[in-house]
Write a protein that binds this ligand. Structure first.
Ligand SMILES: *Cc1c(COP(=O)(O)O)cnc(C)c1O
Length: 401
């Protein structure tokens, strides 16, 4: 006898829904924000460079340039490549749409390369196949917090027809991760962070670009500030010069204060995520109804997300049913991601892509994100595993292992 599911009127595992992600704000964070609010500078003041230094220091990048969101930071990163209409950037479909959207913002075209089946990270061989004489960059995504294979990607980038091309890392998930003991922030030419509340640490909305290149960093500082050369603090009089078209993508001092305070807790956040991910792995590795994301032994992921792939061959229902049943049990499951080329905007723009990225498309049918965040307790995790057991057992179909 299997337990009656909450979706069928049974008792839920939890009465209040556990979210899949949640920010972790403490009293020190609140005090830092209050201090900033009481100061003379709510924006464009001294707290932004302090935060940038903390980010650069923790990641080993020479420069960190703070932005008002990860998406704005991606826009800045793509603009810093000097892309022009007709240029192409090879990227992954297994990401939030912002990665590809940023390529379109600057008039270039995203070209999608499929992912590897177990890790769901961009497949370097597929990238090599997607490269044309018009390819100007590769934009990888550290899906779920695991760095992409930057060594293989670098080899592909160096062999591009017109000579070496730069690599952009969308590291929205992977602040604090390492690849062969090298930190995220040093693996690509430009590394983009998101500081959205669901991510490793937060400034509410916010982002940053990390780079070792002085000229790119200077461009990124102008681009976030209308294309104006000198920033406010460096001005001696009223004059300023807008040298190119930019945007207002500045992070406020209030949010930078939160970011600096959160940065002092980065190691604590990462340790909590890694411990919880290990506990999930122990509970779910070899589970009859799910596969877990394959992790390269050379990487130490930041574990932004914990994703499982449902064994649909052993379940009598599709992912949507499992998702709704998990929600009814009080577990805030989610799905990351609808492959970018399957959104209607992208379908209309590139109808030929339908069915052309089979690994991402079949992974999408099976994906389920289960809760993982630094403030989650072992009890929360055990509830999640119990709900997953309960739901999959109830839908077990024809398979007895
Ligand atoms: C969150 C996210 C973004 C966008 O970041 P925002 O800060 O929300 O603008 C971009 N790419 C990926 C992979 C993300 O997860």
């Amino acid at each position: 006898m299997t337990a009656r599911l909450a979706i069928d009127g049974g008792t839920p595992v939890r009465s209040k829904v556990l979210p899949y992600a949640h920010q972790d704000i403490n009293e020190a964070d609140l005090a830092a924000v209050a201090d900033a609010l009481r100061s003379d500078w709510l924006t464009t003041g001294p707290r932004v460079p302090v935060f940038e230094e903390a980010l650069a220091g923790a990641t080993g990048a020479k420069h960190a340039v703070a932005y008002s969101s990860g998406t704005a930071a991606l826009h800045g990163a793509m603009a810093s490549l000097g892309l022009r209409p007709g240029d192409e950037v090879v990227t992954t479909p297994m990401t939030f749409a912002a990665t590809a959207n940023a390529v379109l913002y600057v008039g270039a075209e995203p070209r999608f390369a499929d992912v590897e089946p177990g890790s769901m990270l961009i497949d370097p061989k597929a990238v090599a196949n997607a490269i044309t004489p018009r390819t100007r960059a590769i934009a990888a995504v550290d899906y779920a917090g695991q760095p992409a294979d930057y060594d293989a990607l670098r080899a592909v980038a160096n062999a591009a027809p017109g000579g070496p091309i730069p690599i952009v890392a969308d590291a929205a998930h992977s602040l604090g991760a390492t690849w062969h003991d090298r930190p995220v922030g040093t693996l690509a030419d430009l590394t983009v962070l998101s500081l959205h509340p669901a991510k490793i640490l937060t400034t509410g909305e916010g982002g940053a670009v990390l780079t070792d290149d002085d000229d790119r960093a200077a461009f990124l500082r102008r681009f976030r500030n209308h294309g104006i050369g000198a920033e406010l603090a460096a001005r001696r009089d009223w004059t300023y010069d807008m040298v190119e078209l930019g945007y207002n993508y500045r992070l406020t001092d209030v949010m930078a204060a939160l970011g600096t305070s959160q940065m002092t807790r980065l190691d604590e956040f990462l340790a909590a995520r890694r411990r919880l991910a290990a506990r999930y792995t122990q509970a779910l590795a070899g589970h009859w109804a799910v596969d877990i994301q394959a992790v390269n032994p050379a990487s130490d992921p930041a574990w932004h997300l914990f994703v499982v792939l449902l064994r649909l061959d052993r379940l009598g229902v599709d992912r949507g049913v499992v998702y709704r049943a998990m929600r009814a049990e009080g577990i805030g499951a989610n799905v990351h991601y609808i492959p970018v080329h399957r959104h209607s905007f992208y379908r209309k723009r590139y109808p030929e892509l339908e069915g052309s990225l089979p690994v991402a498309e079949s992974a999408y049918e099976r994906l389920l994100t289960i809760p993982l965040f630094s403030a989650m307790t072992d009890g929360d995790l055990d509830d999640t595993v119990a709900a997953l057991d309960k739901v999959t057992e109830a839908y077990r179909a024809g398979w007895r292992g």
